[in-house]
Design a protein around this ligand. Structure first.
Ligand code: OGA
Ligand code: NI
Length: 352
């Protein structure tokens, strides 16, 4: 029996399989009302040249990590950035992408072998559905805990294609390295002592949320993933196909992300915003749907040690006032998974 992980504390109300639903839809009027959301097109989508995402060269960051100079990167306004030269072998990324595409091609009956079990969010299904009258996202997800190793529920890892489990293990290990370094650089920048650092990041939990967004004839009236912030420390997102769909909140607008070839999209999650007492920001984002093409993405969430307290770090707060409440990791995850995704609402509610 795998050690239960705090990363999937909670449940979600059962919802229809969207891939199957999408395949059965012939015209726009067939889209069930529960998926139609006027707010999907309420705020403008703006893609002007001056709001490009910062591009961070990981190989240069490694240099900073070992240098004594007090680097000014990573900057606190990063929030979201594209990570290039991250050192994850092309082959590890390509294999992961190819295998994921195959997983979602399996007939529904075969996918049920790794469906979410009652009282857990891990597996194939959906998350964040907390009431029967809530509007729904046009997507299915496969959530798997990948670290710590003893928390893996291998039974829920698809057995087809036969290389999937190896591909995910390998991808998980590569991303753990990248995330570990990024978090270390951020902690160093924040002035966190190395001893505290190793306690916080020990046994760094990691989970993957594989998103499957089917096409929809009413693409601009549905949402693939509701506006939210990630309940992670740091998220690394890999877009599996060329279809774009990630939007980042910029003031009252949405800014579409165009991933650079081979890049990982990185973003700060709620945990780092809280630990840093708001120095780093967990930025609101959402995923939209394409009218003709399916879209797949893999979000890899990196947390901090499950024994840690999620609260502003004393050495960052120093004489100032903490800006967020403190709670146990377990309590934080329970709160996160029992709340419907609603932009920055949860984060604002944790502010003092
Ligand atoms: C997520 C997420 C965006 C995307 O899984 O948390 O924000 O582009 N995904 O799929
Ligand atoms: Ni997200």
């Amino acid at each position: 029996m795998a050690k239960p992980s705090f990363q999937c504390l909670g449940t979600s109300i059962d919802v229809p399989n969207v891939q199957t639903l999408a395949a059965s839809i012939a015209n726009p009027a067939d889209v069930p009302p529960r998926y139609v959301r006027p707010e999907a097109k309420a705020d403008p989508v703006v893609s002007d040249g001056d709001s490009e995402l910062p591009v961070i060269d990981f190989s240069r960051l490694l240099h900073h990590r070992f240098s004594k100079e007090d680097s000014t990167t990573p900057r606190a306004d990063w929030g979201f950035f594209q990570l290039i030269n991250h050192g994850v072998p092309d082959q590890a990324m390509e294999k992961m992408k190819a295998d994921i595409v195959e997983v979602f091609k399996l007939p529904l009956e075969e996918k049920k072998a790794f469906a979410q079990l009652p009282n857990s969010l891990e597996g194939y299904g959906q998350a964040f559905v907390v009431s029967d009258d809530q509007q729904l996202d046009w997507a299915d997800m496969l959530y798997l805990v990948t670290r710590p190793l003893q928390s893996r529920n291998i039974d829920l890892w698809p057995a087809q294609p036969p290389t999937f489990r190896d591909s995910l293990s390998c991808y998980s290990m590569e991303l753990k390295g990248v995330a570990g370094t990024l978090l270390e650089v951020m902690a160093k920048n924040l002035g966190v002592a190395p001893e505290e650092f190793s306690t916080i990041f020990q046994d760094q939990p990691q989970g993957v949320r594989i998103n499957y967004y089917p096409p929809c004839p009413r693409a601009d009236e549905v949402l693939g993933l509701s506006p939210h912030t990630d309940g992670s420390g740091l998220t690394l997102l890999l877009q599996v196909t060329d279809v774009e769909g990630l939007h980042i909140r910029k003031g009252g607008n949405w800014f579409p992300v165009k991933p650079l070839p081979g890049a990982l999209i990185a973003n700060i999650g709620d945990i780092i915003e809280i630990l840093s007492n708001g120095v780093y920001k967990s930025i609101e984002h959402r995923a939209i749907i394409n009218a003709k093409e399916e879209r797949l993405s893999i979000a890899t969430f990196h947390g901090i040690s499950e024994d840690s307290v999620i609260g502003p770090l004393a050495e960052i707060v120093k004489g100032y006032k903490p800006k967020y409440v403190s709670m146990s990791y377990r309590e934080f995850m329970k709160t996160y998974f029992s709340t419907k995704l609603e932009g920055r609402r949860l984060m604002e509610s944790l502010k003092l």
